[in-house]
Design a protein. Structure first.
Lengths: 217, 217, 217, 217
């Protein structure tokens, strides 16, 4: 980064240098938070009090925490994957995207807490909060997509900003559905009925197909 | 970094290589500490003893820790933001900036402890220590700004070192005000009176306007 | 990464930029997880209740955790080493390698849990789970090797994809052997007989020699 | 890193690519471990049981942990500083340096444990272990210096490998002295006499002067 000491810097190079610095460090911070969230998930895996070395006792005592680990890991992994795909198409970041990304990282940092819910209270009780967490992360990714669609200067030249708006819309719809179901589950103190889940998944698959078809045209 | 194996290295390239290495690694260490401080904040979020799955019980038991998380997250996020803006304008780092930055990281590493104070003792009791922490971080950023202003060689060629001195002065003034209020609150065992806060915020906004106006001239 | 703002981006540059972004961020996430797994291992090292400052009491109380730390550290270090050697030969990553790598990171994230097993229950009881963890990581590395061998486009041009298949086969065989021994130990509640270990190590050394000899031809 | 997809790769570029990959990832892993070790130090800072918000009660209860934090932070910061200075002069890393660096990281990862010793048992009891930890890290840095001095191919072309041998010798001497004092303190269950410390510090300052003088010739 100290790379060009003999070149004559004009006002423009400083601007470019700041843009690159801002972009790179946002990603360094983000990947750090993702990596730590993944690894902290395993901190709650505790052994049974007087473990005799058997797998049965281990699963009996650590079964729920292991399920919490799997759910949390899948969540952080999926968020990281969506984050990587989105930022691969961004050329630079502005103040709004930095702020939205910090919001996203704050939500990712809460994932170990959600995993702990599943570990201690079981999936049925925690599922509402789990869905609410998924929905809020999807929502913040949708906001970044919308912002990028409205400011094509931020996108790589080869990227279609209409596609960003459509992807953002799809994510926002998914966030609203999952968040609604989660809030309903929290408010009613009830596990999610499986047919409700089935409807959502069908809707998401159909919507994804619709988004993909449009992309190819 | 092993990039130029066929070029004939003179004394100068080693110097440049060391400068780039020093700069890059300071940022890698810093972003690592920022990322971990953000994620560790959530470690103190514990579930109620016999959680029944309701949001009410959760907020009752985890309400203060959640406030601690929000305060701590806002703090680390704001420090990272100021750190990124400052280092985007630096071309290289010397021993003094490395040391001041390590001091800054040591203070950032204490943020989870401050968040724990808010979580366990409530915002009213912890606010003095919170302000003292903010003040010491602002103070160390101010010291880096002053140092950079006095050594323009460290700044990117497009950067005005007078502006660095002014920004440093603004940060130092803010650090003194917030630190003073914090120390007063700690010494007197008293929460901050809200009109005291109002005066500080008005002063900071006015000062910020003054700094901005000067920048445009 | 914002490097070329004046160049005219065609469809190809976006594709290359996405490839580089995907590759770099996979490594940033991976090294973050490896680094944290190493450091979290030491979290379980606790002092004796009323420590008198003597080394004897320390070893008596923290001896097992220290063994757990050594085993865990050796494990994460070896995995990181194999990971680095493999990705040094990869030119780009696709969806499958990303997914397999996430699986690998999820297993690496479990290492502190395995170290805790050794710390609390002693090596004899935990060895089965330790071997199962080693086997699953080796297995996921083997899968990445097989995938790379089948898609030479992902490999650096100077890399022989047949060698990748052979290395993958060697790792898969080692994973099957170690995993089998581990499962046997878990199922039978028994420590590993030392002659069983000796046979496995002889087989692995012989196999490694065979793989190396073929490489030189 | 996927940077040159149209160039015709020969055997040589793969070798260079592997060297860069190995170098960069060793530093990414190292800075991750340093950053986490710094931040984990603060995890042991606990509030007093029924904190009344006063600074006095806080210092009374958290005074020792805060001293542990300062000692640990100074240690990790100093190690990181020496690590950065050394690797800025290295052009590439081989197997031996990778292994020695992993050993170094394993020792850095133990720093929070040493800080916990100081926090729980006080500096007097822990000082022997603290010095032993310092000595083992200095020793592993000395080994890397000796290795680099013996293999000038690994050093940047502008670096004098004799200087590396001299610096390594100085570090090795310091490690032996500090380690000896630490072992004596552990074996005799005794705090370090202050005049013993004074002799060591005088010897180190004189030695450092000698090393510096030789460098200028």
């Amino acid at each position: 980064m100290v790379g060009e000491p003999e070149s004559l810097f004009s006002e423009e190079p400083l601007k470019i240098r700041i843009e690159r610095h801002n972009f790179d460090r946002l990603l360094m911070l983000s990947d750090g938070v993702f990596a730590i969230a993944i690894t902290l998930l395993a901190l709650d895996l505790r052994l049974p009090e007087h473990w005799d070395g058997s797998a049965g006792q281990l699963i009996h005592a650590s079964g729920r925490p292991l399920i919490g680990y799997l759910f949390g890991f899948g969540l952080v992994g999926a968020f990281w994957f969506m984050h990587r795909r989105m930022f691969a198409q961004l050329a630079r970041v502005d103040l709004a995207i930095t702020m939205l990304n910090l919001l996203l990282l704050g939500l990712v940092g809460l994932t170990p807490f959600i995993a702990r819910m599943i570990a201690e209270a079981g999936p049925n009780r925690a599922i509402g909060f789990y869905l609410a967490a998924v929905a809020s992360v999807l929502g913040s990714i949708a906001l970044i997509r919308f912002w990028g669609a409205a400011r094509p200067r931020l996108l790589h030249d080869g990227v279609d900003n209409k596609q960003w708006a459509i992807d953002g819309g799809f994510l926002a719809a998914a966030a609203l559905m999952l968040g609604g179901i989660g809030m309903w589950s929290i408010a009613n103190h009830a596990p999610i009925p499986s047919n409700g889940f089935a409807v959502v998944i069908v809707l998401m698959v159909v919507g994804k197909q619709f988004v993909r078809r449009r992309r190819k045209r």
